[in-house]
Design a protein around this ligand. Structure first.
Ligand code: FAD
Ligand code: FMN
Length: 604
């Protein structure tokens, strides 16, 4: 129903529209009618719904405290925390705005007394994609511009990344430079963020309740509801905490014999789940650890697995905890440091005794828990071993099908993550599970990760350039299926890169069919190792500079999917193309492309 709305005839930004569409997924006509009446009633009850109480006429009242909960969230964790905090405050009759920084002008901060931020870190220490403009706007503000603002920051991150919670730190340094004062110390959360986030929310809630006394709010009209009535993951009950058990329908290797890569096309059934996905979304998978790895780890740790341990509020055997709850394949710096501090001989043996952070990070990228355990010198105490391990996290996979085409199936394209440590293979948790440990008929725990930043444009005639290396091509299969189902036939151009034509041309038959049928107008490939010199996608971008620039000038949207390294190299080359073709600084044209969402990235 909101599908029909276009940003040019509505008061919403494209991003807001996308959120509305996401939120409305699965809402039936009766619910929609009720919702529309409810929103209309709320709108009448207040002078300026969009800005109340921060900027609207109500804010003109000198005594009205002005507060907002602002979030920058890519995969929804931070958004959920922010929504819960706002709901808790509202339940206590404390009025605060709730907004994504993507929809909130940094200039409006000066109208606030209290700003509470929940912000995650993505990319390689970057803010979420849709927070980049907010950050740039903060950077442009003059020193002292936010002198009256009291702020608090909850930063979300993952200490297995080199730049832990970097976006939260960046935000704090911007706010400090602008003269704002922290009313509560910044909290940096790791992957087990639930408890620290809850404690932080309670502290913030208490403080704001004291500061923004309900008495002050007596004259306040009720706040407009936010879309928190619909969970971010869509209208189904399937979430990170409550995943859907999807049946495996097919696992098919799609790289040829002799390829260095084991890539599988995986089909799962969403039959009775009610999950509605859109091309560009990802599916997150909870994978159990490999039983053979668990045995090897237990043996090296000097434990037998039957010991009882407590993980959060649950008592269970160590073997079971290793199966489902604890991470064995990814390490994090604080975890490594903790072990090295208690085992100096291990530090010496691993040549990490005097290593700097960069050397330790490099070590982490190549090693797993088992590489840190020494036969005969393991952990004697099961609980301390469990405490040292990190909770396991779900892994995300770009969806490679359009639901309009695949109906109750969802398709993924997964490459097995593998490397050797001495003579032993080390496999990635989820990619090994999906490519090698599940069989047809098994059930895999999944939940949807919507990605409104990586969707097809509403206008079915916009030219589309799809650039992807390796499994980065997966969402383009979904996009083309969707275009086919919609009956749209914009100009389309696929850039695909992988090592060898013979073995690694993923979904070759699909692309060739689309090419034959005219849905795909051009295919440009870079098979890096089929000739003496390496040829990558950025080289093809350079070769195609003239046509690429013509497409850009005709309004094309460029999609980039795959590794960060590929994304960076291709973006550099695209900027070089622009610089060569246009007078004036390439950065202006580029910023415009980013701001108008004509560059859409899904890099991992
Ligand atoms: C939005 C999104 C879409 C994605 N789409 C796809 C897709 O379509 N297809 C696909 O195959 N993958 C995709 N990925 C990547 C995927 O989520 C997994 O990261 C990948 O499959 C590896 O996970 P794993 O559990 O197999 O390996 P892990 O167990 O996570 O890691 C295995 C090994 O990798 C090394 N390593 C690499 N990075 C780190 C790190 N930060 N910390 C510690 N160790 C590290 C270690 O040596 C480790 O032992 C996507 C990721 C995102 C965020
Ligand atoms: C592709 C990707 C890159 C990430 N990069 C970082 C990083 O550089 N530093 C960090 O601390 N956390 C990083 N994280 C972890 C997220 O910040 C963490 O999962 C957080 O809980 C996500 O919150 P959100 O759902 O609100 O976006 C990354 C996560 C993903 C999926």
């Amino acid at each position: 129903m909101l599908q029909a709305l276009k940003s040019d005839n509505s008061p919403f930004t494209e991003q807001q529209l996308q959120r509305l569409r996401d939120g409305m997924t699965g809402i039936n006509a009766v619910q929609a009618a009720w919702l529309s009446g409810y929103l209309a009633g709320q709108a009448l009850a207040q002078p300026s719904p969009a800005d109340t109480p921060a900027n609207g006429p109500a804010a003109a009242s000198q005594s009205m405290p002005r507060a907002a909960v602002l979030y920058a969230s890519q995969t929804g964790n931070g958004e959920t925390i922010a929504r819960q905090l706002q709901s808790a405050l509202q339940a206590g009759n404390v009025a605060v705005n709730l907004a994504s920084v993507a929809d909130y002008s940094a200039k409006r901060l000066k109208n606030l007394d209290w700003a509470v931020f929940v912000i995650s870190t993505h990319g390689e220490g970057d803010p979420p994609d849709d927070a980049v403009s907010f950050f740039s706007a903060l950077q442009r503000q003059k020193e002292g511009a936010l002198a009256g603002l009291n702020y608090a920051i909850l930063a979300l991150g993952d200490s297995s990344y080199a730049e832990f919670c970097a976006a939260g730190q960046q935000l704090e340094s911007h706010l400090e430079r602008l003269g704002a004062s922290a009313f509560s110390a910044r909290v940096d959360c790791d992957i087990d963020y639930e408890q620290p986030a809850e404690e932080w929310s309670e502290r913030i809630s208490k403080r704001l309740s004291e500061e923004l006394k309900p008495a002050d709010m007596a004259a306040k009209p009720p706040l407009a509801p936010t879309l928190s009535i619909v969970s971010r993951e869509g209208a189904t009950p399937w979430t990170r905490q409550n995943p859907y058990a999807a049946e495996v329908l097919q696992v098919q290797r799609i790289t040829g014999r002799g390829s260095d890569k084991d890539v599988r096309h995986i089909e799962l059934s969403l039959e009775d789940s009610g999950i509605q996905y859109q091309p560009g979304d990802a599916l997150a998978v909870w994978a159990p650890n490999d039983p053979a790895l668990i045995d090897a780890v237990l043996q090296k740790a000097g434990l037998d697995g039957s010991e009882n341990v407590r993980i959060k509020d649950r008592q269970l055997s160590l073997a079971k905890a290793l199966g489902e709850r604890l991470e064995l394949t990814r390490l994090a710096l604080p975890q490594l440091d903790k072990l090295l501090a208690s085992a100096p001989e291990l530090a010496t043996r691993l040549r990490l005794a005097d290593a700097d952070t960069a050397a330790k990070q490099a070590f982490i990228q190549r090693h797993q828990v088992i590489d840190l355990l020494q036969e005969g010198h393991g952990f004697n105490d099961a609980q301390s071993f469990a405490d040292w391990l990190r909770p396991v996290t779900p892994r995300s996979y770009s969806i490679a099908s359009s639901q309009a085409w695949a109906e109750d199936e969802v398709h993924l394209t997964v490459v097995l993550e593998q490397h050797m440590v001495d003579t032993s293979p080390r496999l990635g948790l989820a990619s090994d599970y999906l490519t090698g440990r599940v069989a047809e008929g098994d059930r895999v725990k999944v939940f949807l990760e919507p990605n409104p930043r990586f969707r097809l444009p509403d206008d079915g005639s916009t030219p589309l350039i799809f650039i992807g290396a390796g499994t980065g091509v997966a969402p383009y299969r979904a996009f083309l299926q969707e275009l086919e189902e919609r009956g749209d036939s914009p100009n389309t151009w696929l850039f695909f890169g992988n090592p060898h034509f013979q073995t690694d041309f993923l979904y070759q038959q699909d692309w060739l069919r689309y090419r034959r049928e005219g849905l795909l107008n051009h295919i440009t490939v870079a098979f890096s190792r089929d000739q003496a010199e390496k040829i990558y996608l950025q080289h093809r971008v350079r070769e195609q500079a003239d046509r690429l620039f013509e497409w850009l000038e005709s309004g094309a949207v460029i999609y980039l999917c795959g590794s960060h390294a590929m994304g960076r190299a291709v973006e550099d080359e695209l900027q070089a193309v622009i610089a060569a073709k246009r007078p004036g600084p390439a950065s202006d044209y580029w910023s415009e492309l980013v701001q108008t969402k004509r560059i859409r990235r899904d890099l991992y």
